[in-house]
Design a protein around this ligand. Structure first.
Ligand code: GCB
Length: 647
């Protein structure tokens, strides 16, 4: 691999920079993994559930529902966790509910966790939408502002207070969106009693997916020793055929500690080791992490084990934590996106965490099916539109070589009041949490700080300049973007992004039914943006709704034929421009998904190339053929033998 030396030195300096940045957050958020020193107890399953239907939604707090068993406060129902609560019952008031809902579960904690004062017991919620408060045995242990990202609290001392009591966990979750939440929304009270019933209010949102709510990802208890590995940051590079794994381990509550860091290859062979809390591991004859379809052996992962030995006046502690490490680099030029210094073309999808009954609830069968479908169609990438997805999904991406644009929930920033300081401060916090959670994933190659904000509004300039600068300080090794649909000349954030991501729906939202405008308008779009900013461009959304089974020839809007025709027409332009500066195309959307009810949505958004049930529409086959052809054209090694393509 050719890399000039000077460049190598520069990259190493960048590696050092990331660890300064990683210190901005007080604590780590390592994924809870079992090891010889850590146990995990999943609390998935049925929880007691009660929605607070009182007019101000505050009865639960006024009557302190967390102080006793939830069933003693009033009627409760069974609620699966993880799942959105909205589609679980036949009750439309629960589907459309706005306000606090209450979850409760009693847990038997292993006696040895309680007996051993040297064990930390942590409760961790993978995500709950939107605002959460957690109590254990009636005592508040944490609260968290925002869906889509994990939060946790140490509860050891609490459950040790009275070991005879079961451990009662109560979680209150409020899905209300305001101008300062991410995504933003607003509550509108309708006071005209000739037209609306008393106390009638609605939640306005400025984004196009159903505001599913509840406990969306696994809740669990896990243990660590009292002295423990709190965080690990890994940044990788390579020079010629030597891999460089720069790492930083932060340890908590260890007075005297020694560390042993080892890196193993896929076969469990030791390739490098160190006893320093921070350093660079050198990997001879490195096997790089390559994206799916870019290499005959994609997604190669090493495994880094951190072993901490610590002691205090009373005891000794050993903590072991292992993370997968993919060694790869990411760089951007004015016309290319480089992975391991080779041009990478995104041929992929936009997704949603969405399915029937479960809503946004984490579901392994759905996740595995989606990966099988993405690989079937030759997709090498996706964007986590429009919020961070479950960590388990990113782990799948690391293991399968699916490249990720990791987007924060900055979707629907349309109201000028959502550009104020309170919103910006929260947005910065969310980026901190996102980078802290996802920084070590080889599959994550770019951060997206927002989708389609009103980026032409004057305050957008300061807002995005600050946000992007902050994100780059957190992680100088990955490019940063936001996704725009505004006018190229008036977009205030574009000067600060590394890659331009543009959404457009020619012949759909503009000139509906006129397929013939696509070549000209798409071409003009690319030329305008590139001429002004000279940055590589991803067509981050394009597509058309298709009601599955609806046909017409010549094509008409909403038929499978029209969706196909839109795609084919766009592809011709992409094929011209990808030889210049277009570095990717992401279809909107992978699958149909639920939205709020409205006159432009027939039980949800139908721009999926798969139905909500993951059955292919005609467009899926068009994409499959195209993506495999692109893969065979752009892969680093010939794929023909391994991946025969029908073309
Ligand atoms: C967009 C949005 C996406 C919508 C899509 C559509 O530009 O980013 O959230 O779902 O268009 O179908 O309207």
């Amino acid at each position: 691999m050719f890399i000039p030396d000077r460049y190598g030195v520069f990259r190493l300096l960048c590696l050092f920079a990331v660890f300064e940045a990683a210190c901005l957050l007080d604590t780590g958020m390592l994924f809870p993994r079992e090891s010889s020193s850590r146990e995990v107890k999943e609390l998935n399953g049925l929880w007691s559930f009660r929605a607070d239907m009182s007019p101000n939604r505050n009865q639960g707090f006024d009557s302190a529902w967390y102080k006793s068993r939830l069933a003693e406060t009033g009627p409760v129902i069974d609620m699966p966790v993880p799942a959105s609560y909205n589609d679980i019952t036949q009750d439309s008031t629960l589907r459309d509910f706005i306000g606090w809902v209450w979850y409760e579960r009693e847990v038997v904690v292993p006696a040895r966790w309680i007996a051993d004062e040297g064990t930390r017991v942590v409760i961790r919620v993978g995500s709950a939408h939107y605002y959460s408060v957690v109590w254990v045995n009636g005592v508040k242990v944490t609260e968290h502002n925002g869906g889509h990202l994990p939060f946790e609290a140490e509860i050891g001392s609490l459950i040790r207070k009275d070991p005879t009591q079961p451990c009662r966990i109560t979680i209150a979750v409020n899905n209300t969106l305001t101008l300062e939440t991410l995504p933003p929304g607003s509550i509108q009270h309708m006071d005209d009693h000739t037209r609306y019933p008393k106390d009638f209010f609605v939640q306005n949102i400025y984004f196009d997916f159903f505001n599913y709510a509840g406990i969306h990802r696994p809740v669990l208890l896990y243990t660590t020793p009292k002295a423990y590995v709190d965080d690990i940051t890994v940044v990788t590079d390579f020079l010629n055929n030597t891999g460089l794994v720069r790492y930083n381990v932060s340890v908590k509550d260890a007075a005297i500690a020694t560390l042993n860091v080892t890196l193993m290859d896929k076969d469990g062979r030791l390739v490098a080791s160190s006893s320093a809390p921070a350093g660079v591991l050198k990997v001879v004859d490195v096997k790089l992490w390559w994206p799916y379809l870019m290499h005959e052996n994609p997604a190669y992962l090493y495994s880094m084990e951190v072993r901490l030995m610590a002691a205090d006046e009373r005891s000794t502690y050993e903590d072991v934590y292992t993370i997968p490490v993919g060694i790869r680099t990411v760089n951007v030029t004015s016309t290319q996106f480089l992975i391991n210094n080779m041009p990478f073309y995104f041929h992929g999808v936009n997704k949603h965490e969405d399915s029937d009954i479960r809503g946004k609830g984490f579901d392994w069968p759905l996740i595995v099916k989606d990966f099988n479908l993405m690989k079937w169609m030759g997709a090498n990438s996706f964007r986590t539109s429009h919020y961070p997805y479950a960590e388990e999904i990113l782990q799948m991406c690391d293991r399968h070589g699916i490249v990720v644009i990791d987007e924060c929930p900055g979707v629907g920033i349309k109201d000028i009041r959502s550009f104020r300081n309170a919103s910006l401060t929260h947005h910065l916090d969310v980026m901190d949490e996102l980078v802290r959670r996802d920084k070590n994933h080889a599959s994550v190659v770019m951060w997206s700080v927002a989708n389609e904000p009103a980026s032409e509004m004057p305050p957008a300039e300061f807002y995005f300049k600050t946000l992007i600068k902050h994100t780059k300080a957190l992680d100088p090794t990955r490019p940063v973007t936001y996704v725009s649909n505004s006018n190229y000349a008036r977009d205030k954030g574009a000067p600060f992004v590394d890659v331009l991501c543009i959404n457009s729906y020619f012949s759909w939202y503009h000139d509906p039914g006129h397929l013939e405008v696509i070549p000209l308008q798409l071409n003009t779009q690319f030329e305008d943006w590139y001429k002004k900013y000279q940055k590589p461009i991803i067509q981050s959304e394009y597509g058309a709704d298709a009601v599955p089974g609806l046909h017409s020839d010549p094509p008409m809007m909403f038929t499978e034929e029209y969706q196909k025709a839109v795609l084919q027409s766009c592809h011709k332009v992409f094929d011209q421009k990808r030889k210049q500066y277009v570095i990717g195309e992401l279809i909107w959307n992978f699958a149909d998904f639920m939205t709020t009810q409205g006159i432009t949505r027939v039980v949800g958004n139908k721009k999926g190339v798969f139905t909500r049930n993951r059955q292919p529409k005609a467009a899926a086959f068009i994409l499959k053929e195209r993506y495999w052809r692109l893969a065979n054209e752009t892969a680093r090694l010939p794929l023909w033998t391994k991946y025969p393509c029908s073309l």
